[in-house]
Design a protein around this ligand. Structure first.
Ligand SMILES: *Cc1c(COP(=O)(O)O)cnc(C)c1O
Length: 393
């Protein structure tokens, strides 16, 4: 028996365990200090009432023989897929129900989608970015090249003459930078993919944070994208479903490679290896897309964005370079005084008792940068910023 040797090529991620260890040591040595965490990529507000009502109703249905449900469609109940279609039609995107696949979250689908692609494909991944894209490809033994996000391109890399890729990952609004591609920039990627018969894997997990109406919230708002892109989205950040688990993936029927519809391959993959999302959770997800649910969810998003604004106002007053924060819960800043990511982490922890995330943990281009998140309460965010202001950065 042989193991999958590719797993040995994975780098150990010390990012979140490293942060936890440093914070634990600091608080043990300084029990009188109150540490404020602005480093976590997880929501803090609870599920909204519309979701709770819908799930409670579904629980009762499951306890009654006449309304009980066993296995559902692997690709999700029709009621939820239709609700997602309606949500997309408001974005000006027309989808059919069978172009949507409901799942237990975007992370699983982003990893699992690789089943339908040859391991010979060349993969292009932004740096810095969500580490799942690279790790899932390393596990599958695929060759990865990176495109550089940096202060010169506002962390939004674009294709150039040297770009060669079969599979292209884009994350917009981006984790960790909060940067958002505009329509002209996405057009360049769609043009590249159509010309080179590549496929774009578009992660729109933070789309609901986009406030600027001119910015795209779906790749399908770009002409031709239905022939070259798969979109991954999730209710995790949209509606606080990080612990409830529900996402969806869109594969348009027009996306065809080697005379094969990718939608059909993914359907075959899902019906073989996946048995669907719990009925109760799908009823909760359906409620997110009702007028009532959307208005409740958007009020939570506004709360996070107000926190983000408190952070960006502080950075502006301190003359610190940053991107993100306006259409995203993430703020990506340049470490002051030429400090490295981890030096700035230690400095903030010790001098302000504030925890953020070192940018170096998201790729080599993240070195010298730092991520702050709006996922905390307003009082804590304000206090953290007051503490940072008196540091004389
Ligand atoms: C949080 C997040 C997701 C969502 O993952 P789930 O598995 O749906 O919770 C996807 N992509 C990025 C970039 C994220 O930060």
């Amino acid at each position: 028996m042989n193991i999958n040797q590719n797993f040995l090529k994975l780098q150990n991620s010390y990012l979140f365990s490293g942060i936890a260890k440093k914070v634990k040591e600091y608080t043990a040595a300084n029990p009188d200090k109150r540490v404020i965490r602005l480093g976590i990529g997880d929501v803090t507000l609870p599920l909204v009432p519309a979701v709770i009502d819908a799930m409670q109703k579904a629980v009762l249905e499951m306890g009654n023989a006449s309304t009980f449900r066993g296995y559902g469609d692997e690709q999700g109940y029709s009621f939820l897929r239709q609700a997602i279609c309606r949500y997309y039609s408001k974005k000006g995107v027309t989808l059919s129900e069978d172009e949507i696949f409901v799942s237990d979250g975007a992370k699983s689908d982003l990893g699992n989608i690789l089943d339908i692609f040859s391991s010979k494909n060349k993969v292009l991944i932004p740096d810095p970015v969500y580490p799942v894209y690279a790790d899932t490809n390393i596990m599958a033994g695929r060759k990865i090249s990176y495109m550089n996000g940096n202060a010169n391109n506002d962390f939004l890399p674009l294709p150039d003459k040297k770009t060669t890729a079969d599979i292209i990952y884009l994350c917009s609004p981006n984790n960790p930078t909060g940067a958002v591609y505009n329509k002209e920039q996405l057009k360049l990627w769609v043009k590249y993919a159509l010309k080179n018969k590549a496929v774009i894997l578009f992660d729109s997990a933070y789309e609901i944070f986009v406030q600027d109406n001119a910015l795209p919230t779906s790749i399908y708002q770009i002409e031709g994208a239905e022939k070259c892109a798969i979109e991954f989205c999730s209710l995790s950040k949209t509606a606080g479903f990080t612990g409830t688990r529900c996402g969806y993936t869109i594969i348009p029927h027009k996306l065809i490679r080697e005379r094969t519809a990718l939608n059909k391959l993914w359907l075959r993959r899902q019906t073989t290896k996946f048995n669907g999302v719990p009925y109760i959770v799908q009823r909760g997800a359906e409620a997110v897309f009702t007028d009532e649910g959307l208005s409740q969810v958007k009020s939570n998003i506004s709360y996070y964005l107000q926190n983000a604004e408190i952070i960006t106002n502080t950075l502006k007053s301190l003359d610190i370079w940053f991107v993100g924060g306006k259409n995203s819960p993430y703020i990506w800043l340049k470490c002051p005084k030429g400090l490295s990511s981890w030096q700035f982490f230690d400095f903030l922890l010790e001098k302000a008792n504030v925890v953020g995330t070192p940018g170096a943990g998201f790729g080599k281009n993240g070195e010298g940068f730092f991520r702050l998140t709006a996922f905390n309460n307003k009082e804590n965010v304000s206090e953290a910023m007051e503490r940072i202001c008196i540091l004389k950065l």
